[in-house]
Write a protein that binds this ligand. Structure first.
Ligand SMILES: *Cc1c(COP(=O)(O)O)cnc(C)c1O
Length: 432
């Protein structure tokens, strides 16, 4: 059996040495993977029961055009999302073009001139810097800053814990909205568990109960059995070309939370007074439903891939965040490879292991919204989808590659094995 698998790997260009090394690692992860499967099962039933409760039917897969009034599928899907997140309401739309857009919509729906935005967990995701207006001379037009919305940031302490004293001090009369990013993004800080997010929200609300707590939930959905809205978050925001789209959603974002806030978001997304009533779905309903249905399993596969990668590269002496044994709260794996050559070889390997565009080689280039040149490996069915096996690496110290996704664990394993093969072929790894 395992010999057949080995032969298959070798016929795909993996050497025996690389295969054996990776196979031993995969073998050692079986118990851990059982726990991931259990979380996936719990989430699967959660999604299934929500679909049953909201009476998902064939009519929900019909499409609307034009204004999109009375779109049964859209309304039912939003009810399903609200149920799964135990929230009052949801906005799940193809018109939310990406995660950054969903977050921007939420921020600009709630904040008014004179209000202040606080992040108590350090700098937010790169693409939000221009949204907030913290890029100095590089701020694009239309940032929150331009609209008179101020910003405060409290960093995590050295050991990754919350700086409660500084957070208390930062909350003031103007503080209207607190944004908490669950995933580490491009930072090498730890990702926050839902439990820790809950503790942070409780602390913030004990100082100023009326403050709105929003969680950037990107990459975190279905990794645990609870979501931030289960622990006091007023709003939770994410992208459908990450976990909750299950690899099938071709576009989209979601915002779930308190009804009053979701209505404000809908007024910002479409127009004041129109809100959730408009927004044609143009044929995406079935993919949104089916993707959400598959999302718990797909997320589990991606998570297994991330853990496998952590174990492979840690064993070879690289710094990995999260490390090989720690608990997981998102699907991103950072591997500090230490040189531009290694980041490039790693990404080329991931690309070569993809079902789409495996014949092209990625190169570093300047990307809007990012500080330095970035190399991106993405042989995906949906452009830029990062629930599919993908990797990116900013070409700057400490030369870390960020790896995520994999619609199946088997593909994730194959792609990571290929990344190692490429590094080996380039002479960047001596001994396995
Ligand atoms: C991906 C991501 C975003 C932005 O989403 P895009 O779809 O790339 O715009 C924001 N925050 C975090 C933590 C993310 O991982």
């Amino acid at each position: 059996m395992s010999n057949l698998l080995k032969e298959q790997y070798m016929s795909a260009g993996i050497t025996e040495e690389v295969y054996d090394f990776c196979d031993r690692i995969a073998d050692g992860l079986k118990e851990r993977f059982e726990k991931i499967d259990e979380v996936a099962q719990i989430n699967q039933i959660k999604v299934l029961c929500a679909m049953q409760k909201e009476r998902v039917s064939a009519g929900c897969f019909e499409s609307s055009t034009g204004y999109g009034y009375d779109d049964l599928g859209r309304e039912t899907l939003e009810a399903v999302y609200a149920d799964v997140f135990h929230a009052e309401s949801a906005l799940v739309r193809p018109q939310l073009t990406c995660g950054t857009h969903a977050l921007t919509t939420a921020l600009s729906a709630i904040l008014r001139p004179g209000d202040e935005l606080l992040t108590p967990v350090g700098k937010p995701y790169d693409t939000l810097e221009g949204v907030i207006g913290i890029k100095g001379d590089d701020n694009p037009p239309g940032s929150l800053k331009e609209f008179g919305i101020s910003y405060r940031q409290v960093d995590l302490l050295e050991d990754g814990s919350f700086d409660f004293d500084a957070i208390k001090e930062a909350i003031n009369d103007k503080t209207k909205l607190v944004t908490i990013q669950r995933s580490k993004g491009y930072a090498t800080r730890p990702t926050l568990s839902v439990k820790r997010i809950g503790e942070l929200i409780s602390f913030i609300k004990s100082i100023k109960p009326e403050v709105i707590c929003m969680v950037d939930n990107c990459y975190g959905e279905f990794v645990e059995t609870i979501e931030p809205t289960d622990v006091g978050a007023d709003m939770c925001v994410g992208s459908l070309i990450k976990n909750p789209g299950g690899g099938l959603a071709p576009i989209g974002g979601y915002i779930v939370g308190k009804k009053e806030l979701i209505d404000l978001c809908a007024y910002r997304l479409t127009a004041p007074g129109l809100g959730k009533e408009v927004g044609a779905t143009l044929g995406v309903n079935r993919a949104f439903f089916q993707g959400f249905f598959l999302a718990p399993t797909v997320t589990a596969g991606a998570l297994k891939g991330a853990i496998f990668a952590a174990n492979v590269y840690e064993k070879l002496g690289y710094k990995v965040v999260p490390d090989s044994t720690e608990s997981r709260h998102d699907i991103i794996q950072a591997v500090t490879l230490g040189s531009p050559e290694a980041v490039i070889a790693f990404c080329k390997g991931i690309q070569a292991g993809s079902p789409v565009d495996s014949h092209v080689a990625p190169e570093p280039y300047a990307m809007p919204g990012y500080h330095s040149d970035v190399i991106m490996a993405a042989g995906a069915f949906i452009q830029g989808s990062s629930i599919e096996l993908s990797a990116d690496g900013p070409i700057e110290p400490p030369f870390a590659a960020y790896f995520q996704g994999g619609l199946t664990w088997y593909h994730a394993r194959f792609g990571i094995t290929m990344s190692l093969q490429y590094m080996k072929n380039e002479g960047l790894i001596s001994q396995l």
